[in-house]
Design a protein around this ligand. Structure first.
Ligand SMILES: NC(=O)c1ccc[n+]([C@@H]2O[C@H](COP(=O)([O-])OP(=O)(O)OC[C@H]3O[C@@H](n4cnc5c(N)ncnc54)[C@H](O)[C@@H]3O)[C@@H](O)[C@H]2O)c1
Ligand SMILES: N[C@H](CO)Cc1c[nH]c[nH+]1
Ligand SMILES: [Zn+2]
Length: 871
């Protein structure tokens, strides 16, 4: 496949005002990102979220030169190619890493490397070369002439200074891929002076072998199955990139918006060109009956194989004929589980070619049924496989416990504490928090050490969130649906709201999970009901002057239940139960849907239990905006509650500051965090497990250990536990990202530990210290406290009764976590008798006179005069 002719560098800080979005860039399949320490955390989240949509070319050469762990993490989460410095490259040449040479590109022209350094570094490799400055181009071209390009697959040339169109085209003659900053690109047809049309630039690298100048275009689905053959022109390519839909060039009728009349539209996934640049491949998500005018999925007849099976299972999930076996499997997870296990066993035992094929087919059928019921399709599985193939740090691949004979013979290690790995042996792959001694650093340095990762880039987040809020406010459901289809990858979603009463079929959950929800519900209910004020507060401030304060529920509440990196039904309980206890009249849930457009059944069950009248199937800033302003189908609310990622938190802040929205929020509850204070009496395995339980929430989570007067050996023990336990977790990549910006601070006294903790103001504070209960009085700032060795933070996350929706980012200094008062407002009243007004009247009149507000004074005087005359 030919290299894409340009690699757009999307500027996230100041997105272009030209109609070009990340989506239109994504279809070109390559995106160039410059990753620095400041945006590393975002990149680590953004890359896996958009894996399969983009190929990522990352310039990581500004990351620390003496530590390649961040680059490894970027490669691990799916960066296709990474540009490194010479020093980083040396570190990455580690035989334990599985890095194909062509994934690394050496940056030259940066720093003070000589040509000799550069030539030595690349002589025996097939590394590409990255030239960060246009002034180096002459040198590279000379070098190419001398050494040839056969072994060097790609030369990427990036310009920090904006090149002219002529320069770009001139350079493209040497078959180079070109990086162009997105601010110079547009997809608008009436483009402004000086801007480049994406379609034009793209098609300038193509050569047509047809007399009409059109490009032959193969249209395929996400599995690569050919749907049909069409033609493209530079206008149609541009239009397709602009609309994100399948648009082609009909030889008779001009621009052809596929499905405009039949409804069988296409969502564009990406565009590739073939090896000699005369043919295009459009990968699309086909909607409706299919691509062919004969209403079949493809123009080549009936489809078969796994893709056809997936389509059948998907349609059965929607409306399976009563009595069908597949319907039974969907309804009975235990049966499905048993069948998967049974078929896997049979496949292992099969030996003949026929038997292996037979059993593998059975296993695939049941496995795909499981996938479809969870909203996972073959394209997701392929994406996952592709992502795994890019991992540079491989798992050992041993089977778990009883599945291997050897393991059966071993003594069983405690489940929470797998054998520690020697730090020396695997130091480069270690998952390890940085360690500081509080006595050795200044207060300013301590503050910097404890800085939350996500505080660093609010400009970038606002740049993304503000346009989303504006669009939902102005366009309502249309924008809401569009963003949901895009961010939550559910192209077939048709409506963004599910209204009560919810169909039984959408709440089918296992009896164990139902029992767990019911038990947690009871505890949360009890704890929040106990917070109810028994009666109004009444005080007679002086004879005849009665003041009172009474509570009323906020009438309409919108409850955000996160669903990006993990689905959190527990948050539905934490927000829904107190809303019900407080007596809110309208409860609306919002949560990102699954890719098939459905919502997790546990959330629907909880919505039903707490009496939520609707569930908005949307997440992120768009869900927050819909709740704040209302849309045609989403009811507007008075208060928005609930945690979320940086986009959700930022959107809550924006709408609560808009007087046009008249909506308030609970608090800024962002990425989860925990601070553990532990001393010599603590159990290292427990400490590590608590740190990891919050680290697994997201790469932007942060965990902090304050170790009180601890020996080096014990600190090492905790580090070893953390690494070993982390490596056994399915979310190890997320954990690695979070631990990367997490710290241990060693202090010498319990007093100093609480000083540091109160300064940090953690969302969760865990006390694993002697006399933990007695130390609670030292807590000044924290969302929720977990006391003693038997109180892991996860009990509060799910079932103890306390709320888990808590202030993060240090806002525990001024905000409480969600509690009954969060759903209630207080109204005061005064009632004066004639005697009361006589007692108070002069004071009021004197103060009104001081302020020059005569009408205020008169409102009292008129009554006092009236009393006098009516005596
Ligand atoms: N503080 C608390 O009380 C508390 C409680 C529970 C969870 N949490 C935290 O909530 C967070 C949940 O985050 P999540 O991501 O899993 O789910 P989420 O529902 O908050 O966010 C997912 C949504 O983010 C939006 N989004 C994702 N990438 C985007 C992009 N590049 N541009 C614009 N929008 C984008 C999408 O709309 C998506 O639906 C975690 O950090 C977790 O730690 C906090
Ligand atoms: N710890 C999160 C609050 O920061 C809440 C949660 C939900 N599920 C698991 N944990
Ligand atoms: Zn949690």
């Amino acid at each position: 496949m030919a290299a894409a002719p340009l690699i757009p560098a999307y500027d996230f800080v100041a997105p272009p005002a030209t109609g070009l979005s990340t989506a239109s860039i994504s279809h070109l399949s390559w995106v160039f990102l410059v990753v620095t320490s400041n945006n590393y955390a975002e990149a680590l989240e953004f890359i896996p979220q958009n894996f399969g949509l983009f190929n990522f070319l990352i310039d990581a050469s500004s990351l620390p030169a003496d530590d390649a762990s961040q680059i490894k993490a970027l490669l691990n989460v799916g960066a296709s190619k990474v540009i490194t410095s010479l020093e980083q490259l040396e570190l990455l040449r580690d035989p334990k890493l599985h890095i194909e040479d062509d994934r690394l590109i050496l940056a030259i022209g940066k720093g003070n490397k000589t040509r000799e350094d550069f030539e030595n570094a690349i002589r025996n490799t097939s590394l590409g070369v990255f030239v960060p400055d246009v002034t180096d181009v002459g040198f590279v071209l000379g070098w190419l002439q001398q050494y040839g390009t056969e072994n060097r697959p790609s030369v990427y040339i990036s310009f920090k200074a904006t090149p002219t169109l002529e320069e770009v085209l001139e350079l493209m003659k040497v078959d180079a891929s070109v990086v162009i900053n997105s601010k110079d690109l547009t997809v608008d047809s009436g483009k402004e002076e000086g801007l480049l049309s994406v379609g034009e630039i793209y098609s300038s690298a193509l050569k047509s072998d047809r007399s009409d100048g059109l490009f032959t275009t193969l249209v395929v689905d996400e599995l690569g199955v050919a749907l049909g053959l069409v033609y493209s022109s530079k206008e149609s390519i541009n239009e397709s990139l602009k609309t994100g839909a399948g648009v082609y060039q009909s030889r008779k009728r001009g621009l052809w918006y596929k499905g405009a009349t039949s409804g069988a539209t296409q969502e564009l996934v990406k565009i590739d060109m073939d090896c000699d640049g005369d043919c295009l491949r459009f990968t699309v998500r086909q909607k409706g009956k299919g691509f062919c005018h004969l209403e079949t999925r493809t123009c080549f007849g009936v489809s078969s194989g796994l893709g056809a099976l997936e389509a059948t299972l998907k349609s059965r999930l929607g409306s399976a004929p009563e009595g069908s076996y597949t319907a039974r499997l969907f309804k009975d997870p235990k049966l499905l589980r048993a069948k998967i296990m049974e078929e896997a066993e049979e496949l292992c035992e099969a030996t003949s070619k026929d038997d292996v094929a037979w059993e593998a087919a059975d296993l695939l059928y049941f496995a795909l049924t499981k996938c479809v019921s969870a909203g996972v399709g073959l394209a997701d599985i392929e994406r996952n496989l592709d992502a795994k193939s890019l991992k540079v740090v491989r798992r050992k691949g041993d089977a778990k416990g009883e599945r291997t004979n050897e393991k059966k013979e071993q003594s069983t290690p405690t489940p929470s504490a797998p054998a520690p790995v020697s730090q020396k042996e695997e130091s480069k792959d270690r998952i390890e928090m940085k360690r500081y001694f509080a006595s050795e650093i200044s207060p300013e340095e301590l503050e910097a050490v404890l800085k939350r990762p996500s505080q660093k880039s609010s400009n970038m987040i606002m740049g993304i969130v503000n346009p989303i809020i504006k669009a939902v406010k102005e366009e309502g459901d249309k924008a809401l649906l569009g963003y949901t289809q895009k961010f939550d990858r559910c192209p077939n979603l048709e409506s963004t709201v599910l209204k009560a009463p919810y169909p039984e079929g959408l709440m089918t959950i296992s009896p164990e999970v139902k029992a767990a929800i019911d038990l947690s519900y009871e505890n949360i209910y009890k704890f929040h009901a106990a917070q109810k004020e028994a009666k109004p507060l009444e005080v007679e401030t002086m004879p005849g002057v009665k003041c009172s304060r009474f509570a009323r529920p906020v009438e309409r509440v919108g409850l955000y239940i996160p669903g990006g990196t993990a689905v959190l039904p527990s948050t539905a309980l934490m927000l829904g139960v107190p809303a019900m206890v407080a007596g809110c009249k309208t409860i609306v849930f919002a949560s990102p849907p699954r890719p098939d457009g459905s919502i997790t059944p546990e959330i629907v069950y909880i919505a039903h239990k707490v009496g939520a009248e609707a569930i908005v199937l949307a997440g992120g800033a768009q869900a927050v905006a819909a709740l704040a302003y209302g849309t045609e189908s989403v009811p507007k609310v008075d208060k928005i509650l609930g945690p979320g990622n940086q986009f959700v938190t930022a959107a809550k802040m924006v709408v609560s500051n808009d007087t046009g929205a008249t909506v308030s929020i609970d608090m800024p509850a962002g990425p989860s965090e925990v601070l553990v204070i532990a001393d010599k009496t603590s159990n290292p395995a427990f400490v590590a497990s608590d740190l990891l339980s919050q680290a697994e929430h997201g790469v932007d989570s942060q965990v902090v250990l304050i170790a009180v007067d601890m020996s080096k050996e014990m600190l090492q023990d905790i580090d070893d536990q953390l690494h070993a336990q982390a490596m056994a977790l399915p979310r190890v990549d997320i954990v690695r990202g979070a631990i990367d910006h997490s710290v241990t601070v060693v202090v010498d006294s319990i007093e100093r530990a609480f000083e540091v903790s109160n300064l940090y103001a953690p969302e969760h504070l865990i006390l694993q210290i002697q006399d933990a209960k007695a130390c609670v009085e030292k807590v000044q700032n924290a969302g929720s406290v977990f006391i003693g060795p038997w109180t892991p933070e996860s009990v509060g996350d799910y079932s103890a009764g306390v709320n888990h929706s808590l202030p993060t980012y240090g806002y525990a200094k001024q905000y409480s976590g969600v509690n009954l008062a969060t759903y209630v407002k207080h109204i005061t009243s005064s009632e004066l008798s004639a005697e009361g007004l006589q007692n108070l009247g002069n004071a009021v009149m004197d103060l009104a006179a001081v302020e020059g507000l005569d009408a205020h004074r008169m409102a009292v005087k008129i009554r006092l005069d009236h009393m006098k005359t009516s005596k």
